[in-house]
Design a binder for this molecule. Structure first.
Ligand code: SF4
Length: 311
């Protein structure tokens, strides 16, 4: 359904060109839930914004293609993309979206506005109630203002808004951030239910690997704007290969752990990247070749690939 190929997104800054994404590829099949994980600033949100054609100056898509159902959406004009793809085919739950409702309009007004803008036929009020039921909210929530809802209810209402015109593809950027653990689980179960019942493809973006392990079919691990590792959930979480993926998994707290292992150091400055492997300054296994030549993704199992000179 979605095929991102060799995508590079750069931002101009006073410190020079910031390479937020450099030659990144990613695929999502019909009905698949795919995770994209990495630390803050690794390029996860930039990728989702590029897929939604929401990169504006000083950012630019420097190279690559984004194929959706076989069509390169980067070749469309902004108007063509807005009228054919945005929200109708590719909808997005933005990071912090539950705080994105306008406080002076009811939830129903705001969902109905989306239906009107995208010319969804039928009765907008009835469709809004149907959408709220779909995300397991009482339809009377349509009459309420955002401040009258809990964080979990607002997130569900935003998911209802994202589903307003039946998109086949949903991007969920940190969909459970700032929610308590019980609500996180209920949102994850809701996304699983939507995939099962509506056969929606979902790209989930998060820094929370524990959450990803609960829901995704496949996962991509991004580091400093480059893909470090790709694999099925089973491969990535049971037998990670890249030292960065191993570090991320080791930093997940468990009920038994008394000490959380972190990854030493910080991500490099994207405007001043080191040569070779970008993870080398933090990697306990770094070798001479790592500081000179950049490793490319290489298959280590049928579905698992890793960009590391150890393999
Ligand atoms: Fe570590 Fe070298 Fe692998 Fe990079 S390529 S992750 S520095 S071992």
């Amino acid at each position: 359904m979605l095929s991102v190929r060799d995508l590079s997104v750069y931002f101009s800054s006073s410190r020079g060109e910031v390479k937020a994404l450099d030659g990144v590829s990613l695929d999502v099949s019909e009905g698949e839930i795919v995770g994209l994980a990495g630390e803050s600033g690794c390029g996860k949100t930039t990728l989702s914004l590029a897929v939604s054609r929401l990169i504006y100056p000083p950012g630019r898509i420097a190279s690559g293609s984004i194929l959706f159902e076989g069509n390169d959406v980067l070749k469309l004009t902004a108007t063509q993309f807005r009228e054919t793809y945005r929200w109708k085919k590719i909808a997005m739950i933005f990071q912090g979206s539950m705080n994105g409702f306008t406080p002076v309009f009811t939830i129903g007004d705001q969902i109905e506005e989306v239906l009107e803008i995208h010319r969804y036929g039928g009765d907008p009020a009835a469709r809004t109630r149907e959408l709220l039921r779909m995300v397991e909210l009482d339809p009377s929530i349509a009459e309420r203002f955002p401040h009258e809802l809990s964080g979990g209810q607002k997130q569900r209402a935003f998911i209802a808004m994202a589903l307003a015109v039946d998109p086949p593809f949903l991007i969920a950027d940190e969909p459970t951030t700032a929610l308590d653990v019980v609500t996180q689980v209920s949102i994850i179960n809701l996304l699983k239910k939507l995939r099962k019942e509506k056969h929606i493809s979902i790209l989930i973006i998060t820094h929370d690997l524990a959450l990803l392990s609960e829901i995704v079919d496949r996962a991509y691990i991004l580091y400093a704007g480059r893909m470090a590792e790709v694999g099925t959930a089973e491969e990535i979480f049971r037998d990670p290969k890249h030292p960065y993926t191993k570090g991320l998994i080791a930093s997940i707290p468990t009920l038994k752990s008394t000490k959380i292992e972190g990854i030493a150091g910080f991500m490099p400055d994207l405007a001043n990247l080191p040569p070779g492997c970008k993870f080398a300054p933090r990697c306990p296994y770094a070798m001479e070749v790592c500081t000179k030549e950049e490793p490319q993704l290489k298959g280590v199992r049928e579905a698992q690939s890793v960009a590391c000179w150890l393999y």
